[in-house]
Design a protein around this ligand. Sequence first.
Ligand SMILES: Nc1ncnc2c1ncn2[C@@H]1O[C@H](COP(=O)(O)OP(=O)(O)OP(=O)(O)O)[C@@H](O)[C@H]1O
Ligand SMILES: [Mg+2]
Length: 365
Amino acid sequence: MAGAGLSRGADILSFLSGLLTGGGGTAVGLSIGSSSIKLVELKKAGKSWKLLHFGIVQLPENVIVNREIVNQIAVVESIKTLVGQIRLNSKAVCTALSGTALIIKRMSVEAPNPRELQDQVFWEAEQYLPFDVSEVVMDFHTISKTRDGKTDVILVAVKRGVLDSYMSSVEDAGLSPKVVDSDFFALQNVFEANYPVNPSEAVALIDIGAAASKMVVVHTGVPVFTKDTALGGRNLTSEIQRNLNLTYADAETLKMGGSGPLPQEVSDLMQIAADNFATEIKRSLDFYSASSSGAPVSSILLGGGSARIPNLSRTVEDVTGLPTQIINPFNAISYDPAVFTQDYLNAIAPLAAVPIGLALRLGAR
Ligand SMILES: Nc1ncnc2c1ncn2[C@@H]1O[C@H](COP(=O)(O)OP(=O)(O)OP(=O)(O)O)[C@@H](O)[C@H]1O
Ligand SMILES: [Mg+2]
């Protein structure tokens, strides 16, 4: 499982090696998105997991801007609302952040012994960071040792102020943030828990949210490429708002099918959005194949709320020439059919992918 979570302050190593488990064998993932907050609780069931709870609450516009919390009170209230609806067994959660405050970089470093690896990684990392090192919290995950005696690692660095705003929002809502991860690693976790790994193939996992699309290419358990693009469902909502002369909230309701069948104009805008997402995905994949010597991508899995855009998978498949599906985080996760219907799980599958990946991250510790 991917595991470069971010901890606060200097206690990073003990954090990584710590044995943090949720209460009663459960694991909670909390995804604070630009448009909504999603909460999921899983329970250990033998070697696999069972879905206990899933909840989602929409956020008002402008609460999260550029993937940074600008209205902390609204975030705290929304988490509290979710927690009030769900009787969590554990308050320990894994949450995530994304955007320009987060830097993920693969590095190859030379360290004479494992003890010096961290010093060397952090020292070399300073040259890559667009921020002053005093402003960031860093962590890393070792991938492998190379033949020339170097160690391949994935560096994760995040702006301290942004990390603190996520941590304190979660704390102020009465939860305990144990790990702060990224959407990329959550996607990888949910993929690896639910799909067989084929060593000869790389897979592109893409979360298309409200403010952004996040792509990670995974090959043999390693996130070999990540790309964050500021193209999300909000662009489509704004188009609907503009073309139909609606408020943003009404455009959002209309788009999500809350006002009955879609008017033709909206369906047309949806198809344009699908084409735009597909073109962007193709561009990122072309960039990956041009800049990396890694295995070619052989298939695509889509998640995030905007993956529900009708025809999106087919459009992506047409434009990229690669088999494309909506990710199913419930392939290997059991559930009580008296609590969740198959239709409900199908509907939430793309939205639940990242929060389930986050919960699995906590469960893997
Ligand atoms: N049925 C649907 N058809 C089209 N778009 C949809 C549908 N359901 C949800 N969406 C869109 O999905 C987006 C929300 O997805 P998601 O919850 O994954 O984003 P987020 O996590 O809040 O944002 P981000 O990850 O970008 O910060 C919104 O733009 C919403 O309009
Ligand atoms: Mg999201």
